[in-house]
Design a protein around this ligand. Structure first.
Ligand code: GDP
Ligand code: CO
Length: 395
């Protein structure tokens, strides 16, 4: 593929945050000559390079009671060499939707000779493995993993680690276009290939032009993400003293990380998870607060934001969901150790203005799951590997 070269990189401490790069063309052929790196501001990412990263990447698909057709479409869009890991929280009583997902996955894998993992978030064996590994952050009062997409992401991450993967990407199960899924993963690979540091992240910016139906909904979604980005940028400017608009992907559900980075980040519950990743990176490596991780600081963290060619269309979840999303997204910034009084006031004013808070209220505290590095990985892997076979669709 051809992609804009990272034209401008902003640095905060040891974080290198790249401005949005657009995909110029989805394919770059085998014959086309490689332009001199960076000439005309375009980079060619050849197929071999993309395949190299795909082979080392797990794609985690969190799913909760989505339409089966959508789920199947998403799986069919994931490049063949990636390991698909489905973490489901779908219902099991009456209609066993989890079973249906497993069957659909099994069939796709049989047709195409590929391997995949599927686990239920509330499976007691997963909770037990977590306890054995000394990591009970994800567990609720009933001793099982709590509900939530973020919790599913951490399970996926640990399974990817158990399967020996070096990169992990997330793709939502409610995407309408399999071709867009294919592109997301190729964009992840492109980003990783441009990274200088072993600690890297790629976030997707959708290119959407909704016209037919749901136009209003998309505008509102666009508003939510604009507001999140604005306050993330504010947080940065308030510390550096320079205005910036570098952050464009605060709420990006579609994103990927090197395993090395993924395991040292904390994961906030609920819709706070994606913005919290950035907030935590700025806190830990932005050079303002002391870091606990000198080694990472030395190598730096590369963040890429890639704007897709494909439009994005996913299930509509309604307005209430958007309010909740805004509240938790801005909550992550509000509760950050980096957030000064002025930035806090701006967030409160915004939330009141958007009708997400009343005058005197403040954003509720956010539950943050400790970095998975805290998991005694060897113990988790031993515990889960006793059972790992059970999670593979093709046994
Ligand atoms: P949005 O895309 O950010 O508006 O949020 P969605 O509600 O669409 O959720 C994103 C993805 O996470 C979808 O694939 C959902 O099916 C999935 N999801 C949502 N909640 C949960 C959960 O509790 N557990 C799991 N495993 N997946 C979830
Ligand atoms: Co969605």
């Amino acid at each position: 593929m051809f992609i804009e070269s990272p034209r401008y990189t902003e640095r905060f401490g040891s974080v290198r945050m790249n401005h949005v790069q657009r995909v110029i063309s989805l394919d770059s052929g085998v014959k086309s000559k490689l332009p001199p790196h960076g000439a005309m501001g375009v980079v060619k990412i050849d197929e071999e390079t993309i395949k190299y990263f795909e082979d080392r990447m797990a794609i985690v698909i969190p799913v909760k009671d989505e339409k089966l057709k959508l789920f199947e479409g998403v799986v069919s869009g994931v490049p063949h060499d990636c390991l698909v890991i489905v973490v489901s929280n779908s219902q099991r009583e009456k209609v066993d939707r989890f079973r249906m997902e497993g069957d659909a996955l099994d069939q796709l894998c049989r047709f195409t000779f590929r391997q995949a993992l599927i686990a239920h978030q509330r499976d007691p064996a997963i909770a037990e493995a977590m306890v054995e590994a000394g990591y009970d952050d994800l567990l609720g009062e009933d001793g099982l993993v709590r509900d939530g997409k973020s919790e599913a992401m951490v399970i996926g991450l640990l399974l990817a680690k158990a399967a020996g993967k070096e990169y992990i990407g997330f793709v939502d199960a409610d995407n309408y276009f399999p071709g867009a899924v294919l592109e997301y993963v190729r964009n992840y690979a492109a980003g990783f290939s441009l990274a200088q540091s072993p600690y890297s992240m790629v976030r997707i910016l959708w290119h959407y032009k909704p016209k037919i139906s749901g136009g209003l909904y998309f505008r509102k979604w666009g508003r939510v993400s604009e507001i999140t980005n604005k306050h993330l940028n504010n947080l940065i400017s308030s510390k550096t003293g320079f205005e910036t608009e570098v952050v464009r992907t605060g709420n990006a559900g579609e994103h990927a990380m090197s395993m090395k980075l993924a395991e040292i980040l904390p994961y906030a519950s609920g819709y706070a998870v994606e913005p919290q990743e950035l907030v935590s990176i700025f806190e830990d490596f932005g050079g303002i607060l002391p870091t606990k991780n000198i080694k990472v600081m030395e190598q730096g963290i590369d963040i890429f934001q890639v704007e897709t060619r494909n439009p994005h269309l996913h299930e509509e979840k309604g307005d209430e969901h958007l309010q909740a999303m805004l509240l938790s997204a801005l909550g992550t910034i509000y509760h950050s150790r980096l957030c000064g009084e002025e930035a806090k006031q701006a967030i409160l004013a915004e939330l009141v203005h958007q009708g997400a808070l009343k005058g005197e209220e403040t954003p509720p505290p956010i539950h943050i799951n400790a970095p998975p590095k805290k998991v005694i990985a060897s113990k988790f892997i031993t515990a889960i590997q006793r059972d790992l076979d059970k999670y593979y669709v093709l046994r």
